[in-house]
Design a protein around this ligand. Sequence first.
Ligand code: PMP
Length: 361
Amino acid sequence: MSKIDPQPGILDIAPYQGGKSAIEGVTNVIKLSSNENPFGPSLAAQEAARRVLHEMHRYPSTDHRSLREAIAEVHGLEADRIICGVGSDEILHLLCQCYAGPGTEVIHTEHGFAIYKIGALAAGATPVEVPEQERVTDVDAILRACNERTRLVFIANPNNPTGTMIGLAEIERLAEGLPEQCLLVLDGAYAEYVEGYDGGAKLVHARDNVVMTRTFSKIYALGGMRVGWGYGPDHVIDVLNRVRGPFNLSNIALAVAEASVRDTAHVEKSRCENTRLRAWLAEALAEHGVPSDASTANFVLARFANQDEAEACNAYLQTQGLIVRPVASYKLPHALRITVGDEASCRRVAHCIGQFKAGAR
Ligand code: PMP
């Protein structure tokens, strides 16, 4: 028996399960399980990657100044209050590492993103799950769960995997009501899919207890490059930068992210197509007797009669070369999360779910 034990909490972590990307024996699969942008990255990003390939032997920038300035310019933010990370996952982990620890509590919502709990446990803190109201973040329930040990409250807005979101007035009420030692983390991984939504940036400006996190993995279609960022009060950004790895982002990642953030036309096109196809998909599923909540993101949460039906449908879709995401680990065993793909993928998945509901197995 080994005497080499990890820190308390580590063995309570259920390893993160990513979306499946292959089906054994099936070629030409349509992957709708990881909320990737079906239109791919901006062409400018691909050119930027080629331009920096010859710099592989050089260490990358430690302060990410050029990327931070581009983000600040495009989003109307202050570059000095931005921190860039290896996906927004790194920023979420850094927040836990720096602000939570043994004896403290970290709040996440019932159907909230898995990394909040993993980050809290990895930091030795106690994750506290708060119920939602019919799959929507419940501000009053969160406020009731807060106490003198609470250090962080994570909410994703829009939320993954439900697709629902709450309004800015509700977020403001939450920030206002938190205990003074507690930071509100607004995870805006899907913020760009909501027209006119700033992910909570104005609230970050107005208060000193709110941090916003964002990603290049979704609308920018750079999941494989691993770039995310956070925007917060000076005191928080200063703390996170003390712990962040000095060369956490590669030359290529920095260059493609900067080119992507400047290609606002690509973002706009992706958002419009997503809005159109999401509405089409939700309606088509509803016509087949599969309801979903009003999604504000690039996926829909298709609800089935029960877990058996959801699992059977998932198995049937796989026989048809379609990969969607079961979300039982998010306490939604009767649901499947389906990324809004391009038009052909949306039609195909709706057609196959229709066949399944009509009795195909
Ligand atoms: N937050 C939410 C709500 C997400 O769905 C995801 C990706 N699945 C992330 C954060 C992390 O994204 P990334 O690390 O790729 O930036």
